[in-house]
Design a protein around this ligand. Sequence first.
Ligand SMILES: Nc1ncnc2c1ncn2[C@@H]1O[C@H](COP(=O)(O)OP(=O)(O)O)[C@@H](O)[C@H]1O
Ligand SMILES: [Mg+2]
Length: 249
Amino acid sequence: MTPAIQLTNVEKSFGITKVIQNVTLSVAQGERHALIGPNGAGKSTTFNLISGYMKPTAGSILLRGEEISGLRPFQINRRGLSRSFQVTNVFANMTVWENLRCAVLWATGHRYSFWKNVDNLPEVRERTAQILEDIHLTSRRDIPAGLLTYAEQRALEIGITIAGGANVILLDEPTAGMSNAETERAVALIRRLTEGRTLLIVEHDMSVVFGLADRISVLVYGQVIASGTPDEIRGNPKVKEAYLGEEAA
Ligand SMILES: Nc1ncnc2c1ncn2[C@@H]1O[C@H](COP(=O)(O)OP(=O)(O)O)[C@@H](O)[C@H]1O
Ligand SMILES: [Mg+2]
């Protein structure tokens, strides 16, 4: 089967600094794949390359077999890939409902127009309400997103990311800054919302990574040093030495 995402010999330089070197990475359709590695390894940059926010200096990036490097983020989004950001990216002054509706409108091909009451579009209203329910924020629907707790904002962001029904979801450190209990809830949410889709997730919490991922790739200094099942990664001496150390033991 054609992989959902295929990077081949991808490189990214900023000036003379090569931040991504010769990265080859394959994510199968329907797989939950975790990208791990130390700070500054190039994980967010890899997400920027896949989602079109940055252009690779060299190499090829395929989305379900089609070359996407060089396309704009919205074009890649239209082809069924959606990503969240490491830093929360919701509209703080808009209500929870408006934030989600905005994402649903975009996804359903509607353009905002001030003379139309978009809440009268039943498919938009229903889909927005459904996602709101899915992310457990129905009771918070009318408050500005900026007033949500941090964990709720991250849940909203996951909702926005999946609102478009994209098949391939990229989440960059969705549980960063959360308590253990919040992390557990967020992981359950991610697991449920990505059912039947492809997930590529950057995550620093190894219990989350090893509990959630079907496969794991390890990025160190811009290079993939290993890809495999959680057991293969746990037992890989190169990975232990370069990154996991005692953590996975
Ligand atoms: N726009 C940029 N310009 C210059 N250097 C950058 C830029 N974005 C990231 N970098 C550098 O690339 C390296 C990888 O960063 P990043 O992808 O954010 O790492 P990670 O997400 O794995 O922590 C870091 O050394 C960072 O300073
Ligand atoms: Mg990062």
